[in-house]
Design a protein around this ligand. Structure first.
Ligand code: D5M
Ligand code: FE
Ligand code: ZN
Length: 508
């Protein structure tokens, strides 16, 4: 049955607990994108509404008509998300001009951070801590999903009886293909596990491609005759609500979002970095008042096998001293915020705390703010989720190319937004530090999601949330050459905080 059929629309609405007026169903059936209109109408309807009226639907359709299509960056002269790999629009002009002041009086600036592990770590590495962190993840993400399905705990499903409709919210424990080519997804909640079968000929089978272990999803379907397996009809991710409207700053002000500087590596591009720093001193950059760095300040030591052969500075402290010198080239009247990455001298397991006292003292240039990875940074009202991005390697390895690839790193970021977790799958590339709570859950929808790590530049919008992966300042390493990673080095993404438009400056 096509989604546009009135019967299907009515059934979908009923699943969400709504009766619908005939006019509402007709309006939805006639919408340009019925699926989106239906989802929006359900989301926008008041919680206590029993009947979805034509009014509710009309309001949603009007809004849809007003909105530019998402994921294209609308008025952007050089559309992000385009398939071409020439995302850059402007060359930064060379040369410095120190004869002007930054646009604004520092009194108007505001920056604060939430969700930072720094100084809060309680984990002892014991088994109980793993139990606690996964329980917290489940509780938080299940809380986001519960309203959407009529769910039961795993241990009471069998009692509902064979053949009945049932729903379940659980953490993905196992994904297997069956001999017949279907998918068996085992979901776990705080009561136990339950097998869920996704038939290969169902439209939702392609969603199984997007699943990662340890993420939390909801499913609905019908129980088998013995009530020991659930045949899945629908599958839901925690998601960014389609109705989400990002926050913006009250004035024209910009932030440079960079990462992966890798000072200390022979491939660190000092010249490109200094062209960037010089540009920041020019009039053209007078609105760029914030510099956010999403990890890998330095190359580090012993991060990867044979890395020492490519080191320019072999001592880790000297690397940070050199980084601090390069940071001094940036104007002192900017606000600077740093979080660590996997090359930095903090624990590798996530969440990573900010640099310790000794390193802070070395990096004291310009009083940079130092936080953990991830960190939710509020810059003049805009919520910027900074995360270094090690899990992107995992998402790219596990998901099909069109959903996540090194050439379009922002699409891998969309998957994390959809799952509302920065590093869902535990045990591969991503190391998880057991803590009392899961700092890696996106409890709030960010307005901007800023990552690095994969050394590729890419940006786009996912349901109006800006996702930016910022490239790097390090030329291709031998390892990257051996696996054909061609890094985007020497670019600075600049974000307008009042409009959330992006411009990328080329200093390569
Ligand atoms: O990693 C930059 C990118 O390159 C990221 O996608 C991981 C990958 N990379 C780089 N070196 C290695 C080695 N030796 N093994 C596996 N993957 C690697 P970054 O950690 O930011 O330098
Ligand atoms: Fe890096
Ligand atoms: Zn990295």
């Amino acid at each position: 049955m096509p989604l546009e059929s009135p019967a299907r629309i009515a059934k979908t609405l009923a699943n969400h607990g709504f009766n619908a007026s005939r006019e509402a169903v007709t309006l939805l059936a006639g919408a340009a994108d019925t699926e989106e209109a239906l989802a929006l109408a359900v989301e926008a309807a008041p919680d206590d509404a029993l009947v979805l009226t034509a009014d509710h639907v009309q309001r949603v359709l009007n809004e849809q008509a007003d909105d530019p299509p998402v994921s294209t960056g609308a008025a952007h002269p050089n559309p992000p998300d385009s398939e071409e790999d020439a995302p850059v629009e402007t060359k930064g002009s060379p040369g410095g001009d120190a004869s002007f002041a930054r646009s604004s009086d520092p009194e108007r600036r505001s920056i604060s951070v939430a969700g930072d592990i720094t100084g809060q770590s309680t984990g002892t590495g014991e088994y109980e801590d793993f139990v606690a962190v996964f329980r917290d993840r489940y509780e938080k993400l299940a809380g986001q999903l519960r309203g959407r399905v009529n769910h039961r705990p795993t241990d009471s499903l069998q009692a509902s009886g064979g053949g009945t409709d049932a729903g379940l919210v659980g953490m993905v424990n196992d994904i297997r293909s069956t001999a017949g080519g279907h998918w068996l997804v085992e979901l776990e909640d705080t009561h136990g596990v339950f097998p869920c079968l996704v038939m290969k000929d169902k439209g939702i089978a392609e969603l199984v491609d997007e699943l990662l272990l340890d993420e939390v999803i909801a499913v609905e379907g019908t129980l088998s005759d013995d009530a020991d397996i659930l045949f899945v009809d629908s599958l839901h991710f925690p998601e960014v609500p389609r109705t989400y409207r990002p926050n913006t700053a009250d004035r024209h002000v910009q932030a440079a979002l960079v990462s992966d500087i890798h000072v200390g590596s022979q491939e660190f591009l000092a010249d490109a970095w200094h062209r960037f720093a010089d540009w920041l001193h020019t009039e053209e950059a007078r609105h760029v008042e914030y510099l956010l760095v999403a990890g890998d300040m330095v190359e580090g030591v012993g991060v990867y096998p044979d890395q020492d052969e490519e080191l320019d500075i072999v001592d880790i402290y000297e690397q940070y001293e050199a980084f601090s010198e390069h940071l001094k080239a940036v104007p002192g009247d900017m606000e600077i915020l740093l979080i660590p990455g996997n090359h930095d001298a903090v624990r590798l397991a996530e969440p990573q705390p900010g640099f310790d006292e000794e390193l802070r003292n070395i990096m004291s240039a310009h009083d940079a703010r130092i936080h953990g990875n991830p960190a939710l940074v509020d810059v003049e009202g805009v919520q910027i989720l900074m995360y270094h991005g090690v899990s992107l390697d995992e998402v790219i390895a596990e998901l099909p190319d069109e959903k996540a690839s090194y050439d379009q790193p922002h699409k891998a970021m969309y998957q994390l937004l959809k799952k509302r977790h920065v590093a869902p799958q535990y045990g591969g590339h991503t190391r998880l530090a057991p803590e009392e709570k899961d700092y890696l859950v996106m409890e709030e929808v960010p307005d901007v999601f800023h990552t690095g790590h994969v050394h590729k530049l890419g940006w786009g919008k996912y349901r109006r949330v800006v996702a930016v992966n910022s490239g790097c300042w390090q030329a291709q390493t031998d390892f990257q050459q051996s696996v054909n990673i061609d890094p985007d080095a020497g670019f600075a993404p600049i974000l307008d905080l009042d409009t959330l438009e992006m411009t990328v400056r080329d200093f390569s």
